[in-house]
Ligand binder design. Structure first.
Ligand code: ATP
Length: 468
């Protein structure tokens, strides 16, 4: 598939996504009133709902649906020895070059190699500096005195918090190999180039699961986890022709990895990594044994004969996804522009035949608002009835209420927010206790009894299939 598909032409572009995200309160630039802070973004009212729901769906998939995976929430600040042991102090670097003329800064591995060998800036043709290594960890000080004894790092990945706790988890929860520990949390990297909105930022969130296995069974588990992670994205009803696998070559593999594959997504700017699945071997636990002096071996009481036990350092299979990068993926994947045809508009309430609508086709399980309740008119008790219905639904669903403006325009606002269902309360509702249920994707409207509404919504969410 080409870098930009027909699907993207005239539809989702980064400009459109960024502008919709700001206009509708998904994502704002951090510290905007001061001109913005590079590499940092704030999640607005719709954005935090979307991010939370993606996180919840991942959490359910990776913990609730397994009897051998548990959760953890480790601190961002860890003992600095952690990062020596993990290899980050030494190896977590990007190659950096600067242009002496226009002062642009590049990652040497992201510009054509010819520019590097000719020392020629890809932007202005000026002279480039030599390539130097740049450590991506944010360094700060803990305690009142700024000296080398107080150096501490903001974690560049959540994984190490899991490794240093793996024995605690075994002991407190009686976990037996194979088992996993899942974690969602912030990570920080001093990225040289931050661009493409929330794709690559200095502050971001990761969703990681580390699966501890017996050496020798790691390849089998690795393949299992590759399959499961692919199936997860399928389940979310995403455009699967925008997903592909990419294997890391030996020269680009992280220092700890034996095998590494990325799940890539076709963003408007091209194919990019969404999630990495890595066989980290016993690298991390061996290093933590060395640096902490603590025994990191797993004691296997069951596989030994009689009373004898076997001990080994487990291998680790890691699934590592960016939560904030998944938010961008969900926004790009959901984005659609559609001409409202005569057949589609119902009862004349959805505008004229050559209207266009922007519609975010989120799966209902991750949509920021699941159901919006709209009174046809504010007067004659319709607003009160609609508010009453909303109150009833809000216990079980993420709801919104909107009574301002023409009903067609209110539907458009909900389409743009990605709300899969609207419930409209009209004069008939007062007489016969029915409401209109309007579907975001098809714009179809049906009449439903108020008493059956919640059940109907639950069924629709469960059975949702995306049409386009
Ligand atoms: P990249 O090659 O894009 O820098 P990486 O291979 O260094 O990423 P990992 O260390 O494998 O990334 O991190 C796992 C996941 O964390 C990535 O797949 C991505 O979704 C997310 N991630 C990593 N760095 C960032 C970042 N700077 N901003 C947002 N998400 C990130």
């Amino acid at each position: 598939m080409s870098e930009t598909t027909n699907e993207y032409q005239g539809k989702a572009t980064m400009e459109k996504i960024t502008s919709l995200a700001k206009r509708r309160g998904f994502v704002f630039q951090s510290s905007e009133i001061y001109g913005g802070q590079n590499g940092a973004w704030d999640y607005g009212p719709l954005g935090i709902e979307l991010k939370n729901r993606i996180a919840q769906s991942w959490w359910k998939e990776m913990t609730q649906l397994h009897d051998n995976i548990v959760g953890l929430d480790a601190a961002i600040l860890m003992h600095p020895r952690t990062w020596e042991a993990s290899g980050h102090v030494e190896n977590f670097t990007d190659p950096l070059v600067d242009c002496k003329k226009c002062k642009s800064r590049f990652r040497a591995d992201q510009i054509p190699q010819q520019n590097i060998s000719e020392k020629k800036c890809p932007d202005c043709g000026g002279e480039l500096t030599d390539t130097r290594k740049f450590n991506l960890m944010f360094k700060t000080n803990i305690g009142p005195v700024e000296d080398s004894a107080g150096i501490i790092y903001l974690r560049p990945e959540t994984a190490q918090g899991i490794f240093v706790n793996y024995k605690n988890v075994i002991q407190s929860n009686r976990m037996k190999i194979p088992f996993g520990i899942a974690q969602i949390g912030k990570a920080f990297r001093n990225e040289i180039v931050t661009k493409n909105f929330i794709f690559r930022t200095c502050e971001f969130e990761q969703m990681e699961m580390q699966f501890f296995v017996k050496p020798g069974t790691d390849e089998e588990w690795y393949n299992q986890w590759k399959k499961r992670r692919w199936a997860y994205y399928e389940k979310l009803g995403l455009k699967m022709d925008h997903f592909r696998w990419r294997q890391h070559g030996p020269d680009e593999m992280a220092h700890y990895a034996k095998e590494a594959w990325d799940i890539e997504y076709l963003f408007p700017m091209g194919w990019r990594e969404l999630e990495g699945i890595h066989n980290r071997t016993d690298y991390d636990l061996v290093r933590h044994t060395e640096y902490s002096g603590k025994d990191m071996q797993y004691i296997d009481q069951e596989s030994g004969e009689g009373t004898s036990v076997t001990r080994f350092i487990p291998y680790i299979v890691e699934t590592s996804a960016g939560l904030t990068r998944n938010v961008l993926m969900a926004l790009c994947d959901a984005y659609d522009e559609e001409k409202v045809t005569d057949e589609k508009k119902s009862g004349g309430s959805e505008g004229s035949g050559d209207d266009w609508r922007t519609v975010m086709r989120f799966h209902p399980s991750i949509a920021p608002v699941t159901v919006a309740v709209l009174p046809l008119m504010k007067k004659d008790g319709l607003a009160e009835l609609a508010q009453d219905i909303r109150r009833e639904l809000m216990e079980d669903f993420a709801t919104d209420y909107d009574q301002a403006g023409a009903i067609g325009r209110r539907y458009r606002r909900q389409d743009e927010a990605g709300t899969p269902f609207c419930v409209t309360v009209d004069y008939e509702s007062k007489n016969d206790n029915t409401v209109t249920l309007r579907y975001r994707d098809s714009m179809e409207q049906i009449r439903v009894k108020r008493a059956e509404l919640a059940e109907r919504l639950r069924k629709e969410i469960k059975e949702y299939k995306r049409a386009t």
